[in-house]
Design a binder for this molecule. Structure first.
Ligand SMILES: NC(=O)c1ccc[n+]([C@@H]2O[C@H](COP(=O)([O-])OP(=O)(O)OC[C@H]3O[C@@H](n4cnc5c(N)ncnc54)[C@H](O)[C@@H]3O)[C@@H](O)[C@H]2O)c1
Length: 395
């Protein structure tokens, strides 16, 4: 293949971040957009100069002028859409989370393998330059042998143009029975992926306490991870701080990653937000502390590079990140956190088949209204999302 002819399926909220990288890539032609809301697809096709528009996935998949698809539909549709694309012989990139259950994910992997097409799950964090650099430093031995990885996520509020323009409809399916969980199944999926990808080790046991938060938040949450290598542990924490402002051009969330090793540590101090007035990466190695201020730490760059990763993988015949195996392990880790908390016991993520939800999930409409009132948001103020909204930071 000399050039990838790509179709985009689903042009909702995340398409603003996800599509530009494909439009810019010299090895890719975005030849079609598809959305159940065909008018939205038509408008975006005009803006982006995309020649064809489809209102149904079947029609797009019947188009012989398309080699590959990027699936940007709601997570509960990923299995159906990826299997259909594979059967039509298209290479597939699909947004995280891979699917709503381990069984669905296995079915998707099998369909792609049977069809002989490439399948990767879009995990933009793998392409965020500071995280990529941290992984490289760890692999090169700059901190010795990693001993503890710590990943903190805090969701506050922000005033970004992007956040204000988010279509609230994109959150309805995240709040109801079409999703097995809330924020931990959504944004935190990125952090579960990083907990393994940064150190190149699998998690073998999880202990966790997950508290019921407001709206779809499951916070505070603290998890303790054991890895296949006995002397490596992980700590993950998630907090909801709706009254805290976070500087961001995108979502009102902030992340902090620390990998401690026998000879030093590496910090990545941001992702979508810029809460800390620190360089994006700090390395302590032996006696020396080095900061890497020249790394491109713009969140949007991770999406452009993720798009390029898929195209380059297809052109070179190599598997782009995340591999389906890594995405499946990430999904199992997410469910293991729920199960460990539900049953107050350590859980091996590899034992999980199916899906796990918190006991209160999904919340009843009356509870959601109570949350809205408690947060000082009248229902009619919810759309559009604005400053101070607890919807800020949903990724
Ligand atoms: N990498 C990230 O940081 C990130 C951020 C946000 C969302 N995501 C993931 O991207 C996916 C989409 O999220 P979103 O926020 O853009 O959701 P969204 O609801 O805003 O957009 C989904 C789009 O799919 C369309 N759609 C629904 N059913 C369809 C069908 N059968 N055929 C064609 N189009 C259909 C909808 O009309 C909508 O335009 C989710 O899996 C989500 O987890 C990833």
């Amino acid at each position: 293949m000399e050039k990838v002819r790509l179709g985009i399926v689903g042009v909702g909220n995340i398409s603003q971040l996800n599509v530009p990288g494909y439009l810019e890539h010299p090895g890719c032609d975005v030849v079609a957009l598809c959305d159940a809301k065909v008018e939205r697809a038509r408008e975006l096709a005009k803006t982006w100069g995309v020649p064809k528009v489809y209102g149904s996935l079947d029609d797009l998949l019947a188009d012989d002028g398309i080699d590959a698809v990027e699936i940007l539909t709601p997570t509960f549709l990923h299995a159906e859409h990826v299997v259909a694309a594979a059967r039509a012989g298209k290479h597939v990139s699909c947004q995280k989370p891979i699917a709503n259950s381990v069984e669905e994910a296995r079915r998707m992997v099998r369909a792609c393998a049977d069809a002989g097409v490439t399948f990767r799950v879009t995990e933009n964090c793998c392409y965020y330059p500071p995280l990529e650099r941290a992984r490289q430093l760890v692999a090169d031995g700059a901190i010795g042998t990693p001993t503890v990885i710590r990943v903190k996520t805090v969701v506050g509020h922000t005033e970004s143009e992007f956040q204000a323009s988010v279509d609230p409809e994109g959150y309805i399916w995240r709040f109801d029975e079409r999703s097995p969980g809330g924020h931990l199944f959504d944004d935190v999926m990125h952090k579960y992926a990083m907990a393994m990808w940064l150190v190149g080790e699998d998690v073998t046991s999880v202990q966790a306490v997950v508290r019921k938060g407001r709206l779809f938040f499951e916070a505070p949450m603290v998890a303790l991870l054991e890895y296949a290598r006995h002397d490596l542990l992980g700590i993950m924490e998630v907090e909801h701080a709706p009254g805290m402002f976070i500087e961001s051009d995108w979502f009102g969330a902030d992340e902090f990653f620390e990998i401690q090793g026998t000879d030093g540590f590496v910090w990545v101090t941001r992702l979508s937000g810029r809460l800390h007035d620190l360089p994006p990466l700090v390395l302590r190695s032996g006696r020396e502390t080095r900061v890497e201020s020249d790394l491109d730490d713009r969140y949007e760059v991770s999406f452009a590079r993720a798009a390029a990763g898929f195209v380059d993988g297809l052109l070179s015949g190599t598997q782009p990140d995340l591999s389906p195996t890594a995405a499946l392990k990430t999904l199992q880790l997410a469910f293991a956190v729920y199960l460990a908390s539900n049953e107050h016991r350590p859980v091996d993520p590899r034992s999980i088949e199916g899906a796990v939800s918190p006991p209160w999930w999904p919340k009843k409409p009356a509870e959601l209204i109570e949350d809205v009132m408690a947060l000082g948001l009248m229902p009619e103020e919810m759309p559009p999302v604005d400053e101070g909204s607890p919807f800020a930071g949903l990724t």
